[in-house]
Design a protein around this ligand. Sequence first.
Ligand code: PNS
Length: 163
Amino acid sequence: MNAAIYPGSFDPMTLGHLDIIQRASKMFDELTVSVLDNKAKNALFSVEERVSILKEATKELPNVTVDSFNGLLIDYAKQKNVHISVRGLRAISDFEYELQTAQTNRMLSKGGLDTLFLTTSLEYAYLSSSSVKEIAAFNGDISQCVPDFVADLVYEKMKLRRN
Ligand code: PNS
């Protein structure tokens, strides 16, 4: 079985993430999108909410499953018997961190986990979850950044934060 994991924070999932998921799902028999359960990060959405958003967004993709993990990615991948991690590369600014992480994961896993980079489609190259949150915090338009149902959820969260 040709399988991969697409790990990330997905707080929230953007159209850029969805583009990577759709493209990676065509390359593998099974793709697991997995949300890092990082208690240290001050996330807008809980892990359960992020998983639920991803499940809704990928419901038409039969070979995609959504999960969450904590701890090291290499341990999670080993437990799932998966040897490839997929990551999107937007710009050169992503490259240094991604290269270091990919090499660290290869070293730690003794070659057991490799990283496959997909270059983000040009129309999403500017997108990030952080900018989506910042735009929404000031009531800006995020309709070109996330699916409509996600935009509604982001505005709802921002409203709760303000009150
Ligand atoms: O969406 P993000 O925040 O860029 O995703 C980063 C993620 C979750 C892929 C990365 O932080 C991760 O894999 N964290 C788990 C801990 C780990 O294994 N770190 C790698 C060794 S440096």
